[in-house]
Design a protein around this ligand. Structure first.
Ligand SMILES: Nc1ncnc2c1ncn2[C@@H]1O[C@H](COP(=O)(O)OP(=O)(O)OP(=O)(O)O)[C@@H](O)[C@H]1O
Ligand SMILES: [Mg+2]
Length: 440
C-alpha cells in the first residue's frame, strides 16, 4: 500500500514538474521533451499521414505471397509460396525533422511526377493530421521540398519595435518563422500596404515613422483622410499634403526633384544617387501615402484631368524614384483595378507587398496576385482579432505571415517631436542645388 502511495507521489511530482517546466520555460521543454517525442511520432506515422494526404504513389513490387489451402495427397494442408506482382503505396522519403524556434522543419524527397505545389495543396491536411498551427512549403532544390511547421501561432503576441540602425531599413515586426520583418527601402523601394479598416495599416506606418525619424531621411506625408492621420507627425515631416490638389503639387515637386537628381547623377557619371560620393548625395525621401484610392476616385468628369495628372506623376515617381532616392509606401483599403489603369501600373512598380486582413478578394489578389495562391488563402484567413497580422512578400521571393510591432499614435507622435530637428525643410530639399561634379 505504502509502495503504491510512494509511486503515485513520485508520478504526481513528475507530472507537476513537467507541467511547470512546460509553463515556465517552454523552449527548453520543447527541445528536451517535446521535440524528440514529436520526431518519433511524425516518423512513425508518416506512411499513414502521407496516404491520407494523397502524397503517396502506387508502385509495382514483386513479392512472395502465400497461397493457403492446397491439400496434398497425404491430406495435409500445405501452404504454397508464390512470387507475385502487387501494387504498394510508396511514401515520399522523409529526413529527420529538425527543431526550429516555433516548431520544426523537415525535408522530403518528392516522388516522380510530384511538384512542390502538390505539397502546398496538402499543407492544410498535413497541419490537421499533425495537430499543428501551420505547415508552409518551400523548395530550394529540384526533387526536394521543405516543410516548415509552426506548432502554435507565434504572432498572437509580438514584442516591441527595436531601434533601427541602418539607413532606410526598419524592422517593423516579426515573421511567423521567428525572423524579423524588415522594410528596407534600399532593397525594395516601393511598397503597397493594403487592408480593411482597423486591420493595422496605420500601425505599420507609425512603425516606419518611429524607425525613420532619427535617420537622415526626408519624410513626406500624403494624407488623403484630410490630414487626420499624419498631422500629429507634422514636426518630423518635410511636407504634408491633405487633399488631392496638394498631393498633385507635391508630386510635381517630386518629379522636378527627380529631374534635378538625374542631372546630378549624369554629371557625376553615376547610375543612381548611391554611387555618388557622400558629400554630393542628396537626401533620400520616403513618401507615406494614406488612402491611395482617394487619389484615383472622381465624383464627376470635371475631376478626370486632375486624376490623370496625379496618377501619371505618381507613376513617374514610382518608375524612376528608386535610382534617385525617392521611395513610396502606399496604404489603402482597396487597391482594385476598378480604380483605373493607373493603379494597376503603380502596383507593377511596387515590389514590396503587404496584405493585412481585407474585405474583398480582389484587393488580396491585386496585392499578392502573382504570388503563390496559398498566400491568398492565408490572407483571407486573417482574423479581425489580430490586427497587424499580414501576408508579406519579401525580397527573397517568398511570402510570409507576419505581425507588426504595436506602435501607438502617441509613440509615433513622440518620435516625430523628439526628432523634429532632423526634418529638412521642403524648400531646402527642393532648392538643394546639384553640386558640381569633380573635374575629370
Ligand atoms: N501590430 C499590432 N498589434 C496590436 N494591435 C494592433 C496592431 N496593429 C494595429 N493594432 C490595433 O488595431 C487598431 C487599428 O489599427 P490601425 O489604425 O493601424 O488600422 P488601419 O488599417 O489603419 O485602419 P483604418 O483603415 O481605419 O485607418 C489600432 O488602434 C491598434 O489598437
Ligand atoms: Mg489607418
Amino acid at each position: 500500500m505504502s509502495d503504491h502511495l510512494l509511486m503515485l507521489g513520485v508520478l504526481a511530482t513528475a507530472v507537476a514538474g513537467l507541467w511547470a517546466w512546460h509553463h515556465w520555460h517552454y523552449r527548453s521543454f520543447w527541445l528536451v521533451v517535446g521535440y524528440p517525442l514529436m520526431a518519433i511520432r511524425i516518423r512513425a506515422t508518416w506512411r499513414k499521414v502521407a496516404l491520407g494526404c494523397n502524397l503517396t504513389k502506387k508502385r509495382q513490387r514483386f513479392w512472395f505471397t502465400t497461397v493457403p489451402g492446397l491439400v496434398a495427397s497425404t491430406g495435409v494442408v500445405r501452404v504454397k509460396r508464390k512470387f507475385q506482382r502487387i501494387a504498394v503505396d510508396t511514401k515520399p522519403f522523409m529526413w529527420l525533422p529538425l527543431p526550429t524556434r516555433h516548431g520544426w522543419r523537415v525535408t522530403l524527397h518528392t516522388l516522380e511526377g510530384q511538384i512542390p505545389g502538390d505539397y502546398a495543396d496538402a499543407a492544410e491536411r498535413l497541419a490537421h493530421s499533425w495537430g499543428v498551427h501551420a505547415v508552409r512549403v518551400s523548395s530550394d532544390k529540384p526533387g526536394r521540398v521543405r516543410l516548415a511547421v509552426t506548432m502554435r501561432d507565434p504572432l498572437v503576441k509580438v514584442d516591441e519595435l527595436p531601434p533601427s540602425t541602418e539607413l532606410l531599413k526598419v524592422t517593423v515586426g516579426r515573421l511567423e518563422t521567428g525572423g524579423s520583418w524588415v522594410v528596407d527601402f534600399k532593397t525594395v523601394p516601393h511598397w503597397i500596404n493594403a487592408g480593411a479598416t482597423q486591420s493595422g495599416k496605420s500601425n505599420l506606418a507609425n512603425a516606419l515613422i518611429v524607425g525613420l525619424a532619427p535617420q537622415p531621411v526626408a519624410l513626406v506625408g500624403f494624407d488623403l483622410k484630410g490630414g487626420v492621420e499624419f498631422t500629429p507627425y507634422a514636426p518630423r515631416l518635410s511636407a504634408l499634403a491633405t487633399n488631392r490638389a496638394e498631393c498633385g503639387g507635391l508630386l510635381d515637386d517630386l518629379v522636378a526633384l527627380m529631374t534635378d537628381r538625374m542631372g546630378l547623377c549624369r554629371m557625376a557619371a553615376a547610375r543612381n544617387i548611391w554611387q555618388l560620393p557622400p558629400d554630393m548625395r542628396p537626401i533620400p525621401i520616403v513618401v507615406l501615402i494614406d488612402e491611395l484610392a482617394e487619389l484615383y476616385l472622381m465624383a464627376d468628369k470635371s475631376e478626370k484631368d486632375e486624376v490623370a495628372k496625379t496618377s501619371t506623376a505618381l507613376l513617374r515617381v514610382a518608375q524612376l524614384g528608386r535610382a534617385f532616392g525617392i521611395y513610396l509606401f502606399c496604404c489603402g483599403q482597396r487597391i482594385g483595378s476598378d480604380l483605373g489603369p493607373g493603379v494597376t501600373a503603380l502596383r507593377a512598380q511596387c515590389s514590396g507587398r503587404i496584405c493585412h486582413r481585407v474585405n474583398d478578394p480582389e484587393t488580396a489578389t491585386m496585392t499578392l496576385g502573382d504570388l503563390d495562391p496559398a498566400a491568398l488563402v492565408s490572407a483571407r484567413a486573417i482574423a479581425a482579432e489580430t490586427p497587424g497580422v499580414a501576408i508579406v512578400a519579401s525580397q527573397d521571393g517568398q511570402w510570409y505571415r507576419a505581425r507588426s510591432f504595436y506602435v501607438s499614435e502617441q509613440v509615433a507622435e513622440h518620435a516625430a517631436h523628439a526628432y523634429a530637428d532632423q526634418a529638412p525643410k521642403w524648400a531646402d530639399v527642393m532648392t538643394a542645388q546639384p553640386h558640381e561634379a569633380p573635374a575629370a
